[in-house]
Design a protein around this ligand. Structure first.
Ligand SMILES: *Cc1c(COP(=O)(O)O)cnc(C)c1O
Length: 398
């Protein structure tokens, strides 16, 4: 046992991790402390949209850390004002609040909806969410999530979340009561295994929520910031939600999240919301560096093209090995394996120096850097092909 191995015990054991320590990252590659290199198609869970440690973020952090770390959330700072202005200009929203994690941004969205209900809808507070949905790990966001494994945990849950079925408008209609204030969903259910809401369903939801004066809340923590080939996923469906949350990609690798709202929905008063590190200049400087790159039309076009290439290569691989469908959009894709072999493939890929994710036993999820190259996609496919060939041989022998 090395010293490093020994130190593993100092951390609460909240998930199974491979027994290696990562020390360096650049672009699509990560290195462990033995010097082994890994091609990374996880990227911190769709976080590092510009790849590992891009110069733009490293430089922004270096400059900002030398100038001002935090003046206090009670004072304005330039990076947060500049990032807020840029996000408002590039989206359909009018105001925003910074958070430090996706769950915290969603917690804010839930509070904002409840505040709206208390001001404008007779105290309505229920939020319709979806089976399979994932919104984070605070008590309220776990309660809002429709993840089966969360159900028995940490009872009693926060009340007021009723679960409809994705792409089933009648299941939403059936849950609307005078107590309902909002409908909240991910445009693509990421943790559940990359299950997209159809554009038509999103449009129907927009119409339905409008009819009933309900807020439509999109959790774009995984789908936002170029991940699906547009800056925000809602642009695909050509709808305008009332509230949206961002996380993951907006920080490009540092903890930054955002709660955005239209003028109508932006109803917090003094004392309703806050936080020590919210909108601190260091993280906002990183967010600005990310947004500046990702919002360029040519960057989004390249990410969208890379997504199409990855999808078509995965389809070919699926056909070669008798696997299932490829789903998702842009660079948030899943491959249906048809068998519960996801964890085994992830482990074999790790041995071969490829990082993949299996959000469900029978699916692989692909979320590379948005600037992943064609050569890196080809290399990943080649490695996965070799693993599937071995797995196929193993299946026939067994
Ligand atoms: C990751 C994620 C969250 C939670 O974000 P954290 O930063 O881990 O708190 C919430 N919603 C969606 C859709 C996510 O993908």
């Amino acid at each position: 046992m090395t010293t490093a191995t020994h130190a593993f015990d100092a951390l609460m054991d909240i998930t199974a991790r491979p027994q290696v320590v990562f020390v360096r990252g650049k672009g699509s590659y990560l290195w462990d402390d033995s010097g082994k290199r890994y091609l990374d198609f996880v990227q911190g869970w769709a976080v590092n949209c510009l790849g590992h440690s891009p110069d733009a973020i490293a430089d922004a952090l270096a400059v900002q850390s030398a100038a001002l770390l935090t003046p206090s959330p009670a004072f304005y700072n330039a990076p947060s004002l500049n990032l807020a202005k840029a996000l408002i200009e590039k989206s359909c929203f009018d105001q925003m609040f910074f958070a430090n994690s996706g769950a915290e941004a969603n917690e804010g969205a839930i509070k904002l909806a409840r505040k709206y209900g208390s001001l404008h809808k007779n105290g309505a507070h229920e939020i319709i969410t979806f089976e399979g949905g994932f919104h984070g790990r605070t008590l309220a966001t776990m309660s809002a999530s429709g993840k089966k494994a969360f159900e028995p945990l940490f009872e009693p849950k926060v009340s007021g979340f009723r679960k409809a079925r994705l792409n089933d408008l009648d299941s939403v209609k059936a849950l609307i009561t005078p107590s309902t204030v909002a409908v909240m969903l991910e445009p693509i259910q990421g943790e559940a295994g990359v299950w997209p809401a159809t554009d038509q369903f999103l449009r129907e939801l927009r119409a339905l929520t409008g009819e009933h004066r309900l807020l439509l809340i999109l959790d774009e923590i995984q789908t936002g910031v170029g991940r699906t080939g547009k800056l925000f996923h809602y642009e695909h469906a050509e709808i305008e939600p009332d509230i949206m949350t961002l996380g993951k990609g907006i920080g490009g690798g540092v903890p930054l999240a955002v709660l955005l709202a239209t003028e109508k929905a932006s109803c917090f008063a003094h004392g309703d919301q806050g936080g020590t590190f919210n909108g601190n200049p260091l993280m906002c400087a990183a967010g600005l560096a990310v947004l500046e790159q990702v919002s360029k039309p040519e960057f989004l076009k390249a990410a969208s093209d890379a997504g199409q290439l990855l999808a078509s290569e995965l389809q070919k691989l699926s056909a070669r090995h008798g696997l299932g469908e490829v789903r998702g959009r842009g660079l948030l894709l899943a491959l249906d394996l048809k068998l519960p072999i996801g964890a085994s493939i992830v482990a074999q890929a790790f041995q071969r120096g490829l990082l993949l994710n299996s959000p469900q036993p029978d699916a692989l999820r692909f979320m590379p850097a948005l600037n992943v190259s064609r050569a890196e996609i080809a290399k990943m496919i080649e490695c996965l092909d070799a693993i599937m060939t071995d797995a196929g041989v193993a299946r026939q022998v067994a």
